[in-house]
Structures are given as structure tokens and as C-alpha cells.
Write a protein that binds this ligand. Structure first.
Ligand code: CP3
Length: 343
């Protein structure tokens, strides 16, 4: 079997067209997902390997994307570490961790046993996927820390920054534990058969460049060094709104950097250097624009990436839940057609 397009692009090999997949490609915007979700809570889905594998395959069947991402959530590791976690209509809720004792009480879990449901879902999804590569993932330590400290999603990151600035040792202790836990989780996913990994640093863009370098980068470097990929499993480092410090992001290591749409992809690529692949970076809300406008925007991303080996087409963040499925289908078709090197 030939090496899949997506993996070849991760390794910056020449490809006949640009591979495409979408962050949050399995989820509520899909009718097939909502159908499964009517009968099971989100947590049940994540913890039932058969259902998680089934949902993982839905966008692959529906849109012919070039990679699947295992159906799970970045916050499940926090639950294994001992934080109470609940998914409500208003989003995820966690029991806040803001004190030295709270951090002390968190455990670094053995992912191999405690997240067995995820690893089993990976094995089942792999069996069903055939030649389509499967991406395993985890939240980056800072993004996870922000959920733990705030107790959920935040706008201002007030509590996170307050802890960072007033108790840097406690903050660093928390980041260290999360780094160890995430490394264990990613290595377990490699062991279970994941073909690539993505680390989501969704909220790191709330930091100044100086604070990223000081409070986050050392942990990201250790995380990347701890991934035991033996050069066989590419690692994608997704950062959202980190246009102010992409050079520092690239210092963490990894193989591909994922960027949002607030930075032109050619400029982002030049700044991280061409020894990295790049993933992105269409505005997810471009999927609400008329066909013609969507096509222009897809063309622009492709033109900026200029068929340079190492581009993986994606959105700059997850698919919005209100997105019509036919728009996602159109997007994938456009990328396939417009990026074809023979055209
Ligand atoms: O297709 C896929 O991408 C696979 C699965 C996946 C989910 N979450 C499923 C999910 C992935 C990769 C994630 C990552 C994730 N989770 C991130 C990083 C990516 C990003 O969007 O920034 C973050 C920050 C989370 C935390 C999280 N989980 C939030 C904020 C929410 C609620 C809001 C929302 O987007 O729905 C969740 C719940 C969640 N995770 C759902 C899904 C499909 C919705 C659950 C439902 O069915 O009600």
C-alpha cells in the first residue's frame, strides 16, 4: 500500500495534491452524530470504544477527508488526574484547582490502564479505517491548565494569569504534572496504533510572547522530547491566536505547526521555518460564505502555501456546530480539485 498523502505531507514529501482534514470534523454539525448522541451522553460516547470508533469514521465516510481523528476529548485526562469533570449544556465544567494542595492532589495517571477505553477505540477505528490514517491527540499543558484553574472555558483567563503571576511555583508544578500526564497519554496512543498525533494549545493565544516563553515553552519542549515516536509518528502542534510568538512555538519541536487564520499561512511558515510542515488555516466561518467566496478563500490559502511540500489543509480552528454538512463536503472537494498538481 502506498504511504497515505496526509502522512507524506507531514514528513514534507512531495504529494500529488494537498491533503485535507478538519479539526472537530466529527461532532454536532453532523446529522449522523446527533443521531448517536440522542441515545448517549457525550461522556458515554467517549468511554464506549465501539461508539467512539463509529463516530470517528462518520466524517471519513461522508466527506472523504484524508485523515481521521479519534473521537474523544482533551479534558478526559483531567478526570483521570482526579478533577471532577462534567459536560453541561453550557460547556465543560471542572472542579477548579487553584491552590498548592489542589495541585498536589492531582495524580499523573497511567494512561495505558486508566484511559483504556480510548486506546481500545483507537484499535477498533484502525481496523475499520483501512488506509486512512488515524490521528491521536491531547490538550497541551497550558490549555488544560486553563480549564483546571478556571473550572471551565474562560474569556479573560483571569484566574489562570493570577495564579501564574502570583504563585509561579504552583503554576509550574501544575504544568509539570500535566506535561507528564499528556506525554504518557500520547505515548499510549502511539502504542495503540495512532498514525500521527496532534497537541491542541487552543487558548495559549491569551498570553504575551514573553509569558509564553517563560511559563509555557519549557514545558512544551519537555513534552515534545518525551514523545516516543521513534521518528515514525509525526506530531502536529496546533496553536490558536499565537501569531505574536510563532518563532517561540517552533522552538518547542514537533513536525508540523497548526495555525489559525489570523496570520497569512505563507508568513507563518516563513517565521517557523521550512523544516516544519504547516497545517491550516481557513477561517471556519468561511464555510458560511457563498460558494464563490469560499472558493476564493480556499484558493488564497493554497496559493500562499504554493505547493511547497509540507502543507496540510485544515481550518484555523474547529468546525462550527452550525455548519451545514454540504458546505464541508464542498470544501473538501474544492481542496482536492484546486490543489491537484496535475491540474
Ligand atoms: O472530530 C474531532 O475533532 C474529534 C473529537 C474532539 C472533541 N473535542 C469532541 C467534542 C476533539 C479533537 C476535541 C478537542 C477539544 N476539546 C478542544 C481542542 C480543540 C478546540 O476546539 O480548541 C477543546 C478546547 C475541548 C474542550 C471542549 N470539549 C469544549 C470547549 C466542549 C464544549 C463545546 C463544544 O465545542 O461542543 C467540549 C465537548 C465536545 N468535545 C463535543 C465534542 C463533539 C460536544 C459534545 C456534545 O456532543 O455535546
Amino acid at each position: 500500500m502506498p504511504e497515505p498523502l496526509f502522512l507524506r505531507a507531514c514528513w514534507r514529501e512531495e504529494v500529488e495534491r494537498t491533503p485535507v482534514w478538519l479539526m472537530r470534523q466529527a461532532g454536532r454539525y453532523m446529522r449522523a452524530y446527533r443521531e448517536v448522541r440522542r441515545r448517549h451522553s457525550f461522556m458515554e460516547l467517549c468511554k464506549n470504544p465501539r461508539l467512539a470508533a463509529e463516530v470517528t469514521l462518520q466524517p471519513v465516510r461522508a466527506f472523504r477527508v484524508d485523515a481521521a481523528i479519534i473521537f474523544s476529548d482533551i479534558l478526559l485526562i483531567a478526570e483521570c488526574m482526579g478533577a471532577r469533570l462534567e459536560y453541561t449544556r453550557a460547556g465543560p465544567k471542572l472542579e477548579p484547582v487553584r491552590t498548592p494542595e489542589g495541585v498536589e492532589a492531582l495524580r499523573v495517571p497511567d494512561a495505558g490502564t486508566e484511559m483504556g477505553y480510548l486506546l481500545e477505540a483507537i484499535r477498533l477505528a484502525k481496523q475499520k479505517l483501512g488506509n486512512t490514517p488515524l490521528i491521536g491527540f491531547a490538550g497541551a499543558p497550558f490549555t488544560l491548565a486553563s480549564y483546571l484553574i478556571e473550572g471551565g472555558t474562560s474569556r479573560s483567563f483571569m484566574q489562570t494569569k493570577r495564579l501564574m503571576f502570583t504563585s509561579p511555583d504552583t503554576f509550574s508544578e501544575l504544568m509539570g504534572k500535566l506535561t507528564s500526564a499528556v506525554a504518557g497519554l500520547l505515548n499510549a496512543q502511539i502504542e495503540a496504533g495512532a498514525d500521527a498525533l496532534q497537541v491542541f494549545d487552543s487558548w495559549v493565544g491569551c498570553l504575551s510572547p514573553g509569558d509564553y516563553e517563560r511559563y509555557v515553552l519549557p514545558h512544551m519542549k519537555r513534552l515534545m522530547r518525551s514523545i516516543d515516536s521513534r521518528g515514525e509518528v509525526p506530531v502536529i502542534h496546533f496553536v490558536n491566536q499565537a501569531g505574536g510568538f510563532l518563532e517561540s512555538v517552533s522552538q518547542a519541536g514537533g513536525d508540523v505547526v497548526g495555525v489559525d487564520w489570523r496570520v497569512p499561512i505563507d508568513i507563518a511558515w516563513r517565521r517557523i521555518g521550512y523544516s516544519f510542515g504547516i497545517q491550516g488555516n481557513l477561517d471556519p466561518l468561511a464555510l458560511f460564505a457563498p460558494d464563490r467566496e469560499l472558493e476564493l478563500r480556499v484558493r488564497e490559502v493554497l496559493q500562499r502555501a504554493a505547493s511547497r511540500p509540507g502543507h496540510i489543509f485544515n481550518l484555523g480552528h474547529g468546525v462550527h456546530r452550525a455548519t451545514p454538512e454540504r458546505r464541508v463536503r464542498l470544501l473538501v472537494e474544492l481542496v482536492r480539485r484546486l490543489s491537484s498538481r496535475s491540474a
